[in-house]
Design a protein around this ligand. Structure first.
Ligand code: F6R
Length: 603
């Protein structure tokens, strides 16, 4: 979703701002803009479409400005137009905004009645106009930010620059915001993501909600000041060295980040097992030994929700502990029953998904402990959780989540085994090694999945089916395909096919059935039913199963042996490849599928 980068210092701000915004491109956006202070005037340059459009306007000989703020917008209020792109500015301030001002309409009505004018249809401009109104009354920027911020509702992060100084200001409520500092170069930075500041700001600060940050660069120094909304100094922030690396930004020999990230899985699986079973992570997992919650509330969105469905099976089957799994946007509005001693477990790659964060907040309000399975150390979810289980997947750049799913589910499995007290069982380590080997084999044989893709990619619709532990994989397979190949795909419990969706089956529809060795026979009759209706049948099932192989139009043989608990993670990788190859044949934008954002920071 929207990206923010701001700079103040002796260099030209355009370089770090454009570099930072391009690092955030993978999150999805539809327009980009920058505000530069040139000849003591705030100059805004913005353009609908890709960042390249903005770069083209800036030209080879980029204008010079010591202070600037930039933004990539993912439209919420107001169409995708150049006017609605950020920054929004006037003769006093320029503002960029991530999130939503929920009471924007009523505030705008009042401001219009007071004679203020608007140039865009965005909610963000309401904040600019409020700032301007209060500045005209007080002549004080910090006071104006505080008053404006107090009036708005909803989750937002704002970064502000002003004509009167080279300072950067920022404030947020439940939205990602990081302030960076480079003492050596006398530079201040601000961003929606520490990733944008890697290599620029060795020291980064994470302000809490309602803390106004002020980056001040002088002739000899740079400082970051923090204020409460009553403008007293604040200590409600955390700081740390920015430990992220840039290696992850290259695609290496792969055509797409998604393909690279699928291929990273064997090594990451091995690394995670070593981390949690043998190395530093063991301490964290050991805190779960013998742990028993009267109930778990697993909450997440999209792919992370599917990982939650896999983890539920572990907690219930291995630990006999009740686990409910909810889609985050549903959980908070269904008035969930949260009892003392229960635990909220939040699963998120980014750690910034607004719906997931809102559910965590709700659990905290109700006084239950919150744990996370999260990829991004330092993210809002990470900072707000009582206990974090990092998945150590590295930056995931492909919008379609692949490696994060595998490592989320694996982390959940390790948590389950930690509660059971069987982390030292040698069979556990070898099962995980086997998983990594089998995924490695799939990576080596990806061409055979391409052949299957070639047979089916022109078809109209895809129904993924799976039973039991493979049901979440059917859902995830369908999600992966629809989001990157733009075809209709849905996941169903195999037994549900006859209760409705079978009506869809004809020669234009493909049923991709995930079948484990356990329920092979039952599936043969399902396959017959689909074939009888002229549907196309692709089966992902155990190798050497002639009884089903000859019935299917395409068969993807897998070796399930030795993976009693982890086979869903293995099968899922086959579906990741299938989705990838279908999308490639259809020629879509695989790493940045249309309309999608990587980190969904609005509810
Ligand atoms: C799909 C996908 C999304 C995310 C979802 C949650 O490929 O990536 O469905 O899984 O938006 O995001 P996180 O995990 O960042 O909370």
């Amino acid at each position: 979703m929207c990206g923010i980068v701001g700079y103040s210092g002796p260099q030209n701000s355009v370089g770090p701002i454009i570099e930072g915004l391009s690092r955030l491109e993978y999150r999805g956006y539809d327009s980009a803009g920058i505000c530069l202070k040139i000849n003591n005037e705030l100059q805004i340059i913005k353009k609908e479409g890709k960042l390249d459009n903005l770069k083209a306007i800036l030209g080879e000989s980029r204008p010079f400005s010591n202070t600037g703020i930039g933004h990539t917008r993912w439209a919420t209020h107001g169409a995708v137009t150049t006017d609605n792109a950020h920054p929004h500015g006037n003769e006093i301030f320029a503002v960029v905004h991530n999130g939503i001002i929920e009471n924007a309409q009523s505030l705008k009505k009042d401001l219009l009645a007071e004679g203020f004018q608007f140039k865009s249809q965005t909610d963000s401009e309401v904040f600019l106009v409020l700032l301007t109104k209060f500045y005209k009354q007080t002549g004080n920027t910090l006071q104006s930010i505080s008053k404006a911020f107090n009036l708005i509702t909803g989750n937002s992060a704002f970064v502000i620059t002003e004509k009167a100084s080279d300072k950067l200001y920022a404030v947020k409520r439940s939205a990602p915001l990081v302030v960076g500092e480079n003492k050596e170069n006398r530079e201040a930075f601000v961003s929606s993501d520490p990733f944008a500041l890697v290599g620029f700001a060795p020291r980064i600060y994470f302000p809490q909600d309602g803390v106004i940050c002020e980056g001040v660069v002088t002739a000899n120094d740079v400082t970051v000041n923090f204020y409460e909304l009553d403008l007293t100094p604040s200590s409600r922030y955390k700081f740390q060295a920015n430990s992220m690396s840039m290696d992850s930004t290259s695609k290496g020999p792969y055509e797409h980040y998604m393909l690279k990230e699928i291929h990273e899985q064997p090594a990451l699986v091995d690394k995670l097992a070593a981390f949690y079973i043998k190395n530093e992570g063991r301490k964290e997992l050991d805190t779960l030994k013998g742990f028993k919650a009267p109930g778990w509330h697993l909450t997440a969105c999209g792919t992370a929700w599917h990982a939650g469905l896999v983890i539920k099976n572990y907690f219930e089957q291995i630990n006999r502990q009740r686990a409910d799994v909810d889609i985050a946007s549903e959980f908070r509005y269904r008035e969930p029953i949260l009892n003392k001693g229960e635990v909220g477990l939040f699963i998120s790659q980014s750690g910034e998904t607004a719906d997931t964060l809102a559910c965590q907040e709700l659990c905290k309000e109700k006084g239950i402990e919150t744990f996370s399975i999260v990829n991004t150390e330092g993210s809002t979810l990470f900072r707000n959780s009582d206990k974090n289980f990092l998945i150590h997947a590295g930056v995931e750049i492909g919008v379609a989540s692949t490696k994060a799913f595998t490592l989320q589910a694996l982390t959940g499995y390790l948590m389950s085994r930690a509660m059971e007290g069987t982390l030292d069982d040698p069979k556990l380590f070898s099962e995980i090694q086997l998983l990594s080997n089998r995924i490695g084999e799939l990576c080596a044989q990806s061409d055979s999945l391409k052949e299957v893709a070639e047979k089916i990619y022109t078809k109209k619709g895809f129904i993924f089916t799976g039973r039991g532990k493979y049901f979440p994989i059917a859902l995830e397979g369908a999600l992966k395909l629809k989001e990157i190949a733009y075809v209709h795909a849905e996941g169903y419990a195999a037994g549900e096919l006859k209760h409705g969706p079978i009506a869809l089956i004809d020669e234009s529809i493909v049923n991709i059935a995930v079948v484990g060795p356990e329920l092979l026979e039952k599936t043969v009759s399902n396959v017959e039913e689909v074939k009888a209706r002229r549907g196309i049948m692709v089966v992902v099932g155990p190798k050497d199963s002639p009884e089903i192989e000859h019935l299917a139009d395409a068969y993807i043989p897998l070796d399930f042996n030795g993976l009693p608990n982890l086979s869903p993670l293995y099968v899922n990788v086959a579906l990741q490849f299938l989705a990838y190859h279908i999308a490639k044949l259809k020629g879509t934008d695989i790493d940045k599928p249309r309309n999608l954002a990587k980190s969904v920071t609005v509810e």
